[in-house]
Every structure is written in C-alpha cells, then in structure tokens.
Design a protein around this ligand. Structure first.
Ligand code: SF4
Ligand code: SF4
Length: 410
C-alpha cells in the first residue's frame, strides 16, 4: 500500500520501520478472518487491517484520539494475523511502534496510568510480586468466587531424576512470573534437558525478558531489561561457553528473539550482543524425541488424554508449535487438538487485567473447545496461558515439559 509518512517521522528509526511494514500490506483483509478481537466485536477497526490503517493515518499526520488508542489496546498481540498474512507483514512490530506513538500523543485517564505503572513496576520483579502471589495462592479457598479466579494456584517444584549431562552447556532462564507462579516448570525442564545430555546452568540473578514493559509501551524500562540480560549472559558465556540460552516460557521466548529489533533502536555497537542473541532457543527447540528415547530407554509417556493448547507465542510468534506437537506424539503422548486452535486464550501478558471482559470471553471459548474432548489434563507452553486457563476450568493445566519429566521415571 502507498504511504505518505510525515517527513519528520521518516527521519526516525520507528518511522522508517513503520513505513517499510505498511508498504508490504496490500490491504486484502485475509488476516481479519483469523483475528480473535474481530471475531468477538465484528468491528473492522478491531481487526488487523483496520489497526494497520489507523497506524498508517497516525504516521501520515492524522492525530490519534482515545478511540484509536482503544482499538490498539484491544489487540492481543497474538500475531494470528501474521500467520495468515500472505504478504509477510510484520504486524507484531508495527503494533508496538503504533502504540508507542499513541502513548506519547494521547493522554490516558489517571486510573489507567496508575494501573499500567503498577503492572510495569510489579510483574517483572519476583522480589516485589512473590509475596502477593504466594498469599493469594495460600488464601485461595477462602476468597469469594470472582477473586478466587484471579488468585494463582502455585505448585511447588518437585525433585526429578537427573540424567548424565555430558553435552553442551545451556543457560536456562528462570523468568519473572514463572519463577514465582510455576517453579516446577524449570525443575522439570532441567531434568529433561539433562536427560537429553545438556549441562544446565541457572541464571545467577533472576531477571525479566522485558515483555511486560514492552507491551505497556514502557520502552526505556524494556531496554533496561535487555541491557541487564545481555550483561548477565555475557558474563556466563565468558565463564562457561554457552551453546544456547533457553526459555521455557514461549511468551518470554518470543520477546527474547525480538532483541535484534530492539537493539536496532538502541545506541551503540551491538555486534557481540547479536551473537549471543542468536543462541536464544525456546525449550522445544532443544527437545528431541529420538535423542530422549535413545538416552532414556525407560521413558514412558503418561497414559492420559491431553488437551493441547499451543500458545500464540509458540504457534504464531515463533512458529514452533507443529514441531513440538510432532515430537510429543512421536513419544506416545495422546494430544487432543481443539477446534479453532489458532485463536488466543485471552491471557496475552497484562491483557487479562487491562481488558478483563474480552479476556474472559476468549478464555471461556478456549476452555469449552479444549474440554470438548474430556481431557484429563491440559498442556501448554507458557506460564500466562497456564494460569489463565487454570483459573476457570475443571481440568488441571500444566506445562508440557512437566508431563515429559513425569515420563522419565517410567
Ligand atoms: S496484513 Fe496481510 S493479510 Fe492483512 S490486509 Fe495486509 S496484506 Fe492482507
Ligand atoms: S495480533 Fe491478534 S488480536 Fe491483534 S490484530 Fe492480529 S490477530 Fe487481531
């Protein structure tokens, strides 16, 4: 599509990227059919093509207002539209650029500003949110129904058998919310990775990938996390020589893999940083059914029917869901794929707090689809989806790696 970006914006890295992305869009509207917010609201402006058009208008000089801000806020950044798009439009990057521009030009009411500041200051820091989440989990049974749904169910880390780690060294990232809400995920990940032969290191200091701040358009805070992580990884790499930097939360993985785009907007020479970032892997990329079978002949996939929920960050953001599904099925896992598997569950980072009504509707639709096959457990790959779906359904929700770790003991 043709663009006429304001010259002063075309002089900025964000304006240039927006222009390049907008020019790829041919305005065909195929993406609209697979957009969850368009399906719920039936408004073109709450679908990808409409949002792209609104961002184009902003960069061409039409002032944004609260209505435009609302349409951009209601986007889940699920990137289902990217998977559908035949022209390769980088919608995820464009929406971040558009939101940041609107954030600077359209003031929010005080209540929204405070809520967004609170989320950005609380969620990325385990030292700040751990007490709150733990208290919520402990008092869950005593809370009224509405509040109970918001209180997390924390399962402590279990002890798993360990393999002989004689292979390459990997750094397993703890994450911020996951380290508090689902410590068992990385206990299981460590056991499976070592069963696959990897020597697993844990982070010297827990950190956040920066996704929470990035999606709240708190760009400087997000960049601080990027700097802090790179510094920590450089130090570990110097001491141990890292084969890979591994995230077990697909929501973090997709952000970490976007570091090159974020670094491109930061001053300085990032040549060495890019070498480190190129070693970032989602846990599923190191997971290999044949290697596990060869190294662990006693492995038995648990005989349970599993409702499989591939997070958007795994299937659309990283395009890894099909591979992981095949690997799990090869090992004997009985995965039930729900209808409309491409649609978001409504968790989407802070979306469940900032857009509770839409988030609830998406969650209930997703649970209905998943529970149609009467699974004994729902498996997913991201801490946000795990707790969002687990807050309302009757079926327990676990990270897929925990089910694999269960199979290690036969
Ligand atoms: S983003 Fe892709 S699918 Fe959507 S309107 Fe543009 S070109 Fe078409
Ligand atoms: S990212 Fe998801 S919610 Fe946003 S426009 Fe694309 S499909 Fe719709």
């Amino acid at each position: 599509m043709q663009t006429q970006i304001l010259p002063e914006l075309l002089d900025t890295p964000a304006g240039q990227r927006a222009d390049a992305i907008l020019r790829k869009c041919v305005h065909c509207g195929f993406c609209t059919a697979t957009c969850p917010t368009y399906q719920l609201l039936g408004d073109e402006l709450d679908g990808p093509r409409g949002r792209i058009y609104q961002i184009k208008q902003i960069f061409e000089g039409l002032p944004a207002d609260r209505a435009v801000q609302g349409h951009l806020d209601r986007c889940l950044t699920c990137r289902s539209c990217e998977t559908t798009c035949p022209s390769g439009v980088d919608y995820g990057e464009l929406i971040d650029i558009g939101r940041e521009r609107v954030e600077h030009t359209v003031p929010r009411p005080l209540r929204e500003r405070l809520m967004r500041r609170l989320l950005g200051a609380l969620l990325p820091h385990p030292s700040r949110h751990a007490l709150l989440f733990r208290a919520g989990s402990a008092l869950r049974g005593l809370l009224p129904r509405r509040l109970r749904q918001k209180a997390p169910r924390i399962r402590p880390a279990r002890a798993y058998p360990r393999g002989t780690a004689d292979g390459p060294t990997v750094l397993l990232l703890d994450g911020c919310a996951q380290s508090t809400l689902s410590p068992n995920t990385n206990a299981a990940a460590e056991a499976v990775l070592s069963a696959l032969g990897y020597r697993v290191l844990r982070e010297p200091a827990r950190s956040c990938c920066g996704a929470v701040n990035q999606h709240l358009s708190q760009t400087e805070q997000a960049r601080d996390w990027v700097r802090r992580n790179l510094e920590q990884w450089r130090q570990v790499d110097r001491e141990h020589g890292l084969h890979a930097i591994v995230s077990s939360a697909s929501g973090c993985g997709v952000m970490l893999k976007d570091y090159p785009k974020i670094l491109a907007g930061m001053p300085g020479d990032h040549h060495d940083d890019l070498d480190l970032v190129a070693r970032i892997r989602d846990l599923s990329e190191l997971f290999d059914a044949d290697t596990l079978r060869a190294r662990q002949p006693g492995f038995r996939a648990p005989e349970v029917r599993i409702g499989w929920h591939a997070p958007c960050t795994l299937q659309h953001g990283q395009r890894l869901a099909d591979r992981l599904q095949r690997q799990l099925q090869q090992l004997g896992f009985r995965l039930e794929i729900p209808r409309d598997a491409h649609l978001c569950c409504g968790s989407a980072g802070t979306y469940s707090v900032l857009q509770p009504e839409l988030s609830r509707r998406l969650r209930d639709n997703k649970l209905q689809a998943l529970e149609a096959s009467a699974p004994e457990v729902i498996a997913t790959a991201n801490v946000g989806c795990e707790h969002h779906l687990g807050s309302a359904g009757d079926t327990p929700v676990r990270h897929w790696i925990e089910l694999v770790a269960d199979g290690l003991s036969g």
